[in-house]
Design a protein around this ligand. Structure first.
Ligand SMILES: Cc1ncc(COP(=O)(O)O)c(C=O)c1O
Length: 393
């Protein structure tokens, strides 16, 4: 089946309000997700909520997400966001003084930095930091930092700024050979870039649903390879993390408290059913479309955007698009500004001009960040390039 991106676009009314290039903050929602949310809310509004049907939606979203990343449903836990997923893995390992983990903090979102600092304080483990190389997480630097005491390595699959792809498969190989858990923050790539956790060799991966998965805030998925999940002991435990077969959710069991299989042990209590309804629908659309097709389509647009902005004379981070180009194009000089401001007056002017002309983008770490998904098309790319050309003239 050839994916029909033009007809998919019609499911995103948000396109009529702006040239939307901000999935790295949050994606546009589909009319299908909105309808699924409405059905869920109507059931509550009229006092007709059906718990069994609500659980069916949780399990459907788990199954669909598992299919999206080529995992088993038992390898997926339902979480609240990225940080909860990362913390669940980090905290459930039995750290000993002298153990270490390797991270490139300059390129990680703060929510993948604070948990490690906290862990070091609490357990006496070491956080070994590596420097970025050309704005990217360097496989060589990670290889050099790994030693006999390394227990985990963490990296974003795509960094939130400047937005390059990380060579996840290469880092995974380093880890697998040494029985090191490789923990990935996948939120900037999953749903947009084809992600096969088995092919890539990822051990655990946390995402939230409001970005590439086109869902709501307040829900995430945590993938954990079964073999690793069953070596971990969750710090938080609640009913759905305990294996009690078909027993009612209010059952107390016999005190045995056998942990649920695989990553299900990280599920806690009741879920964000509304967010699950939304993402169940949007992931269904992605599965129908095909993740390889989505990646090819979106990265084609991103490359055209990067090339066009370079032609206009703008400082695209990394220059000509290459293998590390994914769904994000950044413009400016990294570090010239704060998290969401830009010091360079030329870049600040461009940002304001684009925003005033209905382009929805963001600033991170002092650079302008354009991020694309399957609802974008060549006309969006051409429009942004023409606006930039006009402003630069
Ligand atoms: C790479 C990355 N990690 C984590 C987060 C946020 O973490 P959380 O879902 O815990 O709020 C973001 C952005 O919101 C991000 O871009």
């Amino acid at each position: 089946m050839v994916a029909d991106f033009a007809s998919l676009r019609t499911q995103f009314p948000g396109r009529s309000r702006s040239t939307y290039m901000n999935v790295a903050a949050r994606g546009l929602m589909t009319t299908g997700s909105r309808a699924a949310i409405d059905r869920m809310l109507d059931a509550r509004l009229y006092g007709e909520a059906d718990k069994a049907a609500m659980f069916d939606i949780i399990e459907s979203s788990r199954r669909r997400y598992a299919a999206l990343i080529n995992a088993d449903p038992d390898e997926i836990a339902i979480t609240k966001n990225v940080s909860e997923g990362l913390n669940a893995i980090i905290a459930s390992y039995d750290w000993q003084r002298g153990d270490n983990a390797v991270i490139c903090p300059d390129l990680e979102h703060p929510n993948n930095v604070f948990p490690w600092r906290n862990l070091a304080k609490r357990t006496g483990m070491d956080v070994k930091t590596v420097a970025p190389h050309d704005g990217q997480i360097s496989v060589e630097a990670i290889a050099e930092a790994i030693d006999g005491n390394t227990r985990m390595v963490t990296a974003s699959s795509v960094t939130f700024a400047p937005g390059f792809r990380t060579d996840i498969a290469a880092i995974a190989r380093l880890c697998r050979e040494r029985d090191i858990l490789f923990l990935v923050d996948g939120v900037q790539s999953v749903g947009i870039l084809h992600t096969d956790v088995n092919e890539l060799g990822i051990d655990a991966m946390a995402v939230s649903t409001q970005k590439g998965l086109l869902g709501l805030y307040g829900m995430g998925f945590l993938y954990c390879r079964r073999e690793w999940a069953e070596r971990l002991t969750p710090v938080y435990l609640a009913r759905f993390g305990v294996d009690m077969g078909d027993a009612h959710e209010a059952a107390l069991g016999d005190g045995d408290d056998r942990l649920a299989p695989g990553a299900r042990r990280f599920d806690l209590g009741n879920y964000n059913f509304v967010a699950a309804a939304a993402v169940d629908d949007s992931i269904g659309m992605m599965l129908d479309t095909g993740t390889r097709e989505i990646e090819e389509y979106v990265t084609g647009l991103t490359r055209d955007l990067a090339t066009g902005l370079l032609d206009v004379g703008l400082p695209v981070v990394g220059g000509e698009p290459g293998p590390a180009t994914g769904s994000i194009v950044s413009v400016g000089s990294i570090g010239e500004g704060q998290h969401d401001t830009v010091d360079d007056p030329a870049m600040a002017g461009l940002h304001d001009y684009l925003s005033a002309n209905g382009v929805n983008l963001s600033i991170r770490r002092g650079i302008l960040r354009f991020s694309l998904h399957l609802y974008n098309d060549a006309s969006d790319v051409a429009r942004v390039i023409e606006l930039a050309r006009g402003h630069n003239a």
